[in-house]
Design a protein around this ligand. Structure first.
Ligand SMILES: Nc1ncnc2c1ncn2[C@@H]1O[C@H](COP(=O)(O)OP(=O)(O)OP(=O)(O)O)[C@@H](O)[C@H]1O
Ligand SMILES: [Mg+2]
Length: 233
């Protein structure tokens, strides 16, 4: 059994209050091992993005506890919270758009800038990440001029430039044609296999989910299936 990198204990999330209160997560518990690849599945509105945002420390549970390694994340606030998120996670979210008129390299190195890394080191690591995604020749191009698949590869380069322990991806192939989607998938699973980066992917795509070590199914804010449960280790 690998060590737990994230653990959710009875996580609840409610939006609004009083009569307009909506319970988006109703007590979800599971543990994710370092280096696992996890798919989070469920219908639209079931609570997948809500859960992902809580796991990624972008939002806090209304009740319950989230543990990152040994850290009770309720103790993380302000700068320490931002630093932990920036250092530990990479994000492949469609809402986290590229800055269209900035260069590909500047987009990729943004997390390093936020972390206070100096310009020469940022450039070195940014180019190295772009090389992994076979995009080094586009470093100076404006992000807006790339194809859809190239943009998604830039988003992945940005997600891995900080050497994250966990990559969170929300529908990473949702807007891509099947061939480009397959390339993006291969890159993500390559990072998981070769660098031991834990992958947490929200998807509607059953084929993509089947490539993951484990599938978590959410229905109406509850965890209704976890393929790791009942499977002998
Ligand atoms: N800020 C908010 N305020 C009120 N309700 C919200 C808020 N964010 C999400 N919800 C509600 O919580 C529920 C879960 O939303 P969530 O975004 O987690 O769904 P999802 O499973 O990611 O869906 P999709 O597949 O469509 O992305 C939905 O009913 C949604 O309307
Ligand atoms: Mg969603």
């Amino acid at each position: 059994m690998s060590t737990s990198i994230i653990r959710a204990d009875d996580v609840h999330k409610s939006y609004g209050r009083g009569q307009t209160r909506f319970d988006a997560l109703k007590g979800v518990s599971f543990s994710i091992g370092e280096g696992e690849s996890i798919a989070i599945l469920g219908k639209s509105g079931s609570g997948k993005s809500t859960l992902m945002h809580i796991l990624a420390l972008l939002d806090a549970p209304t009740n319950g506890r989230l543990t990152l390694g040994e850290i009770d994340t309720r103790s993380l606030k302000g700068r320490r919270l931002n630093r932990t998120r920036n250092k530990t996670f990479g994000f492949v979210f469609q809402q986290f758009f590229l800055v269209p008129n900035a260069s590909v390299l500047d987009n990729v190195t943004l997390p390093l800038k936020i972390a206070g890394v100096g310009a020469p080191e940022r450039k070195r690591r940014g180019i190295a990440a772009l090389e992994q995604l076979e995009l080094a020749d586009k470093a100076k191009n404006k992000a807006v001029n790339l194809s859809g698949g190239q943009k998604q590869r830039v988003v992945i380069a940005r997600a891995l430039v900080n050497n994250p322990r966990i990559i969170f991806a929300d529908e990473p192939t949702g807007n891509l044609d099947s061939k480009t989607g397959a390339i993006v998938e291969d890159i993500l699973f390559g990072l998981n296999r070769e660098h031991g980066i834990t992958l947490i992917i929200v998807t509607h795509d059953e084929d993509l989910a089947a490539r993951c070590d484990r599938q978590l199914r959410i229905r109406d804010g509850e965890l209704v299936d976890d393929t790791a449960q009942g499977v002998a280790a």
